[in-house]
Design a protein around this ligand. Structure first.
Ligand code: CO
Ligand code: CO
Length: 321
């Protein structure tokens, strides 16, 4: 879209460009509209679980803007001549269950015949115009909190290669299907400066987007990043999805890596593409402590961690220590 000229309007609080998770449009002093859409091919074999993950992933971009999801529409591509429609029904049931859990209403959708299954949703949400959390709001002195462990890309690759079993599959399914709602609630009213969710660009990619949009540098403490079990083990064996290599190829030019070993497997894990990953939150240290405390009290089921901090310069640089 870069060459096509993005529309501008004073009521547009977030639009194309700037790497935001959703579009945000101000109606009045109390309400802004959030719009986002996301869909992909199956990432797990269980159609119901795939539906849940796709919905959690689409909802995540509303939560990342500080918003509350209201309405949803299904986007479906399905080979109805090759596959049983019961499979599609399970995908849609998974999506609907997750929408119900989020308190969002499914109001329609669109389906087409296609050779390959694709499913996702468009989401509409609202947020107070003064409480929109942009990628571009990170300030020097902020700390960074990550609300889910990473490594789903590497573990999915290990499962595909027959190196990890049912337990691992169930575990990553649960992580990817888990809504970022609880994290968003802990974040609400916290005074956080910036937020995004970790998805296909991997942790480093999303850190870079935040650093570049905010005109700041970020110091990432790789050892403090919460990891899913066995991720380092598989990374050390070279079980790395192509997406992680692609992310590294694209983003490493923005990174100074001071990790000890030349081939430290932790380094590539930082580039692992995530599906429906956690929220990355930038806020003043006392506010980060308050958000973390709220997550702990709320019996949050996953590891979360303070993974780094925001430095004044150079803009758009990541140092990995
Ligand atoms: Co996003
Ligand atoms: Co998205």
């Amino acid at each position: 879209m870069a060459d096509l000229g993005a529309p501008t309007d004073p009521r547009l609080l977030a639009g194309i460009g700037g790497g935001e998770d959703a579009g945000v449009y101000r109606f009045n002093d109390e309400t802004a509209l959030i719009q986002t859409v996301d869909f992909f091919t199956p990432i797990v074999d269980d159609p119901y679980l795939f539906g849940r993950i796709a919905a959690a992933n689409a909802l995540s971009d509303v939560y990342a803007m500080g918003g509350k999801p209201l309405l949803a529409m299904n986007l479906v591509a399905f080979p109805s001549k090759k596959l049983d429609l019961a499979i599609l029904k399970e995908i849609l049931r998974g999506g609907l269950d997750t929408l119900n859990e989020a308190g969002a209403l499914l109001v329609g959708g669109h389906s087409i015949e296609d050779d390959e299954i694709k499913y996702g949703l468009s989401l509409t949400g609202t947020v107070h115009p003064n409480q929109v959390l942009l990628n571009s709001g990170a300030q020097p002195g902020d700390q960074l909190l990550l609300t889910k462990p990473i490594g789903t890309g590497i573990l999915a690759t290990a499962i595909k290669g027959g190196l990890a079993g049912d337990d691992t599959e169930k575990m990553i399914g649960r992580v990817m299907a888990y809504l970022n709602r609880q994290a968003a609630q802990a974040l609400a009213g916290s005074g956080a400066h910036a937020c995004t969710d970790i998805t296909g660009f991997g942790l480093i990619g999303h850190l870079y987007e935040m650093a570049a949009a905010s005109g700041v540098a970020i110091e990432l403490r790789a050892a403090a990043v919460p990891l899913l079990p066995e991720v380092l083990h598989f990374a050390a064996m070279g079980i790395i999805p192509e997406g992680a290599h692609n992310n590294r190829c694209h983003y490493r030019r923005f990174v100074n890596c001071a990790l000890p070993g030349e081939n430290d497997p932790l380094e590539i894990v930082m580039y692992d593409p995530q599906t429906s990953g956690g929220l990355l939150i930038a806020a003043a240290p006392k506010d980060i402590a308050a958000i973390a405390a709220r997550l702990s009290v709320g019996k949050y089921p996953f590891d979360f961690g303070i993974i780094g901090e925001v430095l004044p310069a150079p803009p758009g640089r990541i140092s990995m220590v």
